[in-house]
Write a protein that binds this ligand. Structure first.
Ligand SMILES: [Zn+2]
Length: 162
């Protein structure tokens, strides 16, 4: 049975930080090629490891057969612009029969030609943990989007509410 919360996920989604923000009901499938790209996001390396351990992110190889399908479609469209990582993630979408999650127009275009469902991330599509401006001295969230606490003058930080 297919859950609507499973995706073949492009690297740009990780640059946006989406997998780090969503609730545990989402599973993000990536290929080793995508993994190579995103593990260079140094500041989120710890976060990424945690997502892998909790199986929120799952690394899976796309089969050659499916990669060839993607390449052939690209040739048919007449534009060869996708990287190997891009091709692998569309191929994984075919393989797992899950939507491709990406903001890359070229990738989305090829996926649509292959009749794969595509999800372009927007707030309405995802349940994110909410965050707000927080004062670590007053120990409370501030409703206004200020730089400094209006009570004590401390610099506010962005903190997750859950
Ligand atoms: Zn304060």
């Amino acid at each position: 049975m297919d859950s609507p919360n499973r995706f073949a996920t492009d690297a740009n989604i990780f640059y946006m930080g989406l997998p780090f923000l969503t609730t545990s009901t989402y599973t993000y499938y990536i290929t080793p090629q995508i993994y190579d790209e995103i593990r260079h996001i140094k500041k989120n390396v710890d976060g990424l490891n945690l997502l892998l351990i909790t199986k929120k992110v799952v690394v899976m190889e796309a089969s050659n057969e499916n990669i060839v399908k993607v390449r052939k479609m690209e040739e048919q469209i007449g534009r060869n612009v996708l990287s190997e990582a891009d091709q692998s993630i569309v191929a994984l979408g075919i393989q797992l029969n899950v939507p491709v999650l990406s903001t890359d127009f070229s990738l989305v275009n090829v996926a649509k030609h292959l009749s794969i469902q595509v999800v372009i991330p927007g707030k309405k599509n995802f349940v994110t943990r909410s965050s707000g401006k927080y004062c670590s001295i007053c120990k409370k969230f501030v409703t206004k989007n200020l730089e400094f606490c209006e009570y004590c003058g401390n610099r506010l930080i962005v903190k997750s509410k859950t």
